[in-house]
Design a protein around this ligand. Structure first.
Ligand code: PLP
Length: 395
C-alpha cells in the first residue's frame, strides 16, 4: 500500500493569515461602508519598474522569431543572469563563480526544495519569531526542530550558546517579522559557531535591498568563514516587485561540503533532475534589475516603502511604544500596548481604528504580545493609519 509522508500530520493548521482574512471579512460584513487600512500585507503594491517591463517585452518579442527564440533554459540559470548577479556581488567585494549562483523561481521554492540535500536525521534551529515556512518545510522533511526564542532583551537577535546542538541553522536578516538585522559582529559569531559544529547556515536575504545602514551585511558572504558553512537564499520579490513574476537566486559556495559531499554539486544534480529552469522571459526581466537603470528604479520604489515605514515609526515614537525594525527592513515590530495579547490588539485596532496588522503570535510563541506592521501598503492609507493610531493609543 502507498505510504504517504506521515509528517504532514504533524503540521499545524496555518491559521495566521486565514484568521486575519476571516476576522476582516466578518468586520466588513457588519460595517460594509468602512474602509480598512491594511498594514498587514507581506506583498508589494507598486508595479514592476520600467527597465524590467522593457526587458520583459523585448524577451517576449525574442520568442516570436526563430533566430531569437529560446526553448529550455539551462537548469541552474541563464549565463546572462548568473553573470549579472556575479557582477552585482563583485560591487560589494564578494567574489563568486557563476557556477555558485543558481537562478530560482523565488525564495519560498528554494527554502523548501533545498532540504532535499539534507538527510532526515538533521536537527534544525529556527530563530523565532520566524517566517512560518521554515518550520513547516522542516516538519515535512521529518527534521527535528529546535525553536530558539528571541525578545526585547536581545533586540530579537539571539546569539548561539554552547548547549545548542543543531545541524542546520536558519538566519533571516533583515528579519521577517521583526525587521531586526544582524550586525557584522553578530553574524560572525554564528558563522564561527556553524564552522565549529559542522552546521550549515541557511541565510535568508529576501529583504537585503532594504538595508540602509552602511555597516550591516547584505550578504553573509561579506564575512570571513561563510563560504565553508553557508547557503544564501535571495529573492527579487521584495527587492524588485517580483512577487507575482517569480524569480530569485541561491548562492552555494563550491567549498561547502560535509562528509565528503559537496552541496554545490548536489544542487546541480538536484536542479538538473527536478527543474527545467526558470523561463527565458522572466530571467531577462530579472537581469534588468541589475542594470544601472534597474537599480535606480527599484530603489525609488523601495524609498516609497521606506517613507511608509518612517511614518509608522514616527507615530510609535510619538506614542512612546517600543518597536524594532523599520529602518533596514519593510517590517515594524511593536510591543502591544497595555499588556494586550497579539490577537486582542488585532481586534482592538480593527474595531476602533479600522487598521489591519499581523499578530506576532503567528510567527512563534515568543511573538505573543507583539504586532507586525508592513510598509508595503499605499502611502495615503499608511499616513491615515498612523494618524488613527496616534488618536486611539494616545488617549
Ligand atoms: N523569505 C522571507 C523571510 C519572506 O518573508 C518571504 C516572503 O514573504 C520569502 C522568503 C519568500 O519569497 P518569494 O516570494 O521569493 O518566494
Amino acid at each position: 500500500m502507498t505510504r504517504p509522508n506521515k509528517h504532514y500530520k504533524e503540521l499545524k493548521d496555518s491559521y495566521l493569515f486565514y484568521n486575519i482574512a476571516q476576522k476582516t471579512k466578518a468586520y466588513l460584513e457588519k460595517h460594509p461602508s468602512e474602509h480598512l487600512y491594511r498594514l498587514g500585507i507581506g506583498d508589494v503594491s507598486l508595479p514592476l519598474c520600467g527597465a524590467v517591463i522593457k526587458a520583459l517585452h523585448e524577451a517576449v518579442d525574442d520568442q516570436a522569431e526563430t533566430e531569437t527564440f529560446h526553448g529550455y533554459m539551462p537548469e541552474c540559470g541563464a549565463p546572462f543572469l548568473r553573470e549579472a548577479i556575479r557582477d552585482h556581488y563583485a560591487k560589494r567585494g564578494i567574489e563568486l563563480d557563476t557556477e555558485e549562483i543558481f537562478v530560482s523561481s523565488g525564495a519560498s521554492d528554494e527554502l523548501g526544495d533545498i532540504l532535499d540535500m539534507f538527510s532526515e536525521d538533521n536537527t534544525v534551529l529556527v530563530i523565532e519569531p520566524a517566517y512560518p515556512a521554515y518550520v513547516d518545510a522542516n516538519i515535512i522533511a521529518g527534521h527535528k526542530i529546535i525553536h530558539l526564542p528571541s525578545g526585547e532583551g536581545d533586540g530579537f537577535i539571539p546569539m548561539p550558546t554552547s548547549d545548542i546542538k543543531a545541524d542546520i541553522i536558519y538566519i533571516c536578516s533583515p528579519n521577517n517579522p521583526t525587521g531586526a538585522v544582524f550586525s557584522r559582529e553578530q553574524l560572525k559569531v554564528w558563522i564561527d559557531f556553524a564552522n565549529q559544529n559542522g552546521a550549515v547556515i541557511l541565510f535568508d536575504a529576501a529583504y537585503e535591498a532594504f538595508i540602509e545602514e552602511r555597516d550591516i551585511p547584505h550578504s553573509i558572504f561579506e564575512l570571513d568563514g561563510a563560504r565553508s558553512c553557508a547557503v544564501e537564499i535571495c529573492s527579487l520579490s521584495k527587492t524588485a516587485g517580483f512577487t507575482g513574476t517569480r524569480c530569485g537566486y541561491t548562492i552555494i559556495p563550491k567549498e561547502l561540503e560535509r562528509d565528503g559531499m559537496r552541496f554545490n554539486s548536489m544542487w546541480v544534480r538536484n536542479r538538473t533532475t527536478k527543474t527545467n529552469g526558470v523561463s527565458y522571459i522572466i530571467q531577462r526581466g530579472a537581469a534588468a534589475v541589475f542594470t544601472p537603470e534597474g537599480q535606480e528604479q527599484i530603489h525609488k520604489n523601495i524609498a516609497v516603502y521606506k517613507r511608509n515605514a518612517a511614518c509608522i515609526m514616527r507615530a510609535l515614537d510619538q506614542l512612546g511604544i517600543w518597536y524594532c525594525g523599520g529602518k533596514n527592513a519593510p517590517y515594524i515590530w511593536m510591543k502591544c500596548p497595555d499588556g494586550m495579547g497579539s490577537w486582542e490588539f488585532f481586534d482592538y485596532l480593527l474595531k476602533e481604528a479600522q487598521i489591519v496588522g499581523t499578530p506576532g503570535e503567528g510567527f512563534g510563541a515568543c511573538g505573543e504580545g507583539y504586532f507586525r506592521f508592513s510598509s508595503f501598503g499605499n502611502p495615503e492609507d499608511t499616513e491615515e493609519a498612523a494618524r488613527r493610531m496616534i488618536k486611539l493609543l494616545g488617549r
